[in-house]
Design a protein. Structure first.
Length: 217
């Protein structure tokens, strides 16, 4: 079936300089039927084009989501041990007072690259989703950064704890002031840990390990 541009459907049959026929006449009915057929063909074309564009837009969004997931994995893999800067690198920074982006992130670059790949009719809808997508990704990345930080603090505390227990074991058993200083120093560091669950577990283990200064004998 030949493709009928939309403007044909809108025009239907021009009546300006065209010879008109009475509606009840065979020719009039035929012309009316022809106009209705043109409208039906054009409507079919419009619906088909709309389905095609929404399909292509969905594919583009899926590709964008895949790039975002890949980028997040790469940012996490390349982040420092304590996770510093992980969130801002990926999703930038937004002023909470007005919602304006004050520091773009990799998300902004990927979004801007994805927009031209969508059908033009889908641009506005995709653009309206930008900050919603940023907010969801921002929460996801903040959680990953916090998890990285928690792992870092626990690993660093474990190093300090091991070194402190060795120092206690090698110290003079009668030197209680040194023992107490090391013990308190450990408690002070534990108190600065951000994760409350890890902090409580570390403190309980540390107090147990240093409950008796003579354990080093």
């Amino acid at each position: 079936m030949a493709t009928i541009p939309l403007h044909v459907a809108r025009r239907r049959l021009e009546t300006g300089n065209v010879v008109s026929y009475p509606e009840g006449s065979p020719i009039g009915r035929a012309m009316q039927g022809f106009g209705d057929e043109l409208s039906a063909v054009a409507e079919h074309y419009r619906q088909m084009k709309e389905r095609q564009e929404t399909f292509d837009a969905d594919l583009a969004r899926r590709r964008f989501n895949g790039r975002i997931a890949q980028a997040e994995d790469e940012v996490v893999a390349n982040a420092p041990a304590d996770g510093a800067g992980l969130h801002d690198t990926m999703y930038g920074r937004v002023d909470p007072r007005n919602g304006r982006v004050v520091k773009p992130g990799l998300f902004d670059t990927l979004f801007d690259d994805a927009l031209p790949n969508l059908p033009e009719s889908q641009h506005a809808g995709f653009a309206r989703q930008k900050e919603v997508l940023r907010a969801a990704g921002s929460a996801r990345m903040a959680a990953k950064q916090q998890a990285r930080r928690d792992e870092y603090e626990l690993a660093e505390w474990t190093k300090v704890q091991d070194a402190s227990l060795v120092a206690i074991a090698q110290s003079d058993p009668t030197d209680t002031s040194t023992f107490e200083a090391i013990r308190q120093s450990g408690l002070d560091l534990i108190a600065k840990m951000g994760n409350p669950v890890a902090r409580q577990a570390a403190e309980a283990a540390w107090r147990s390990n240093t409950a008796n200064p003579r354990f080093r004998r």
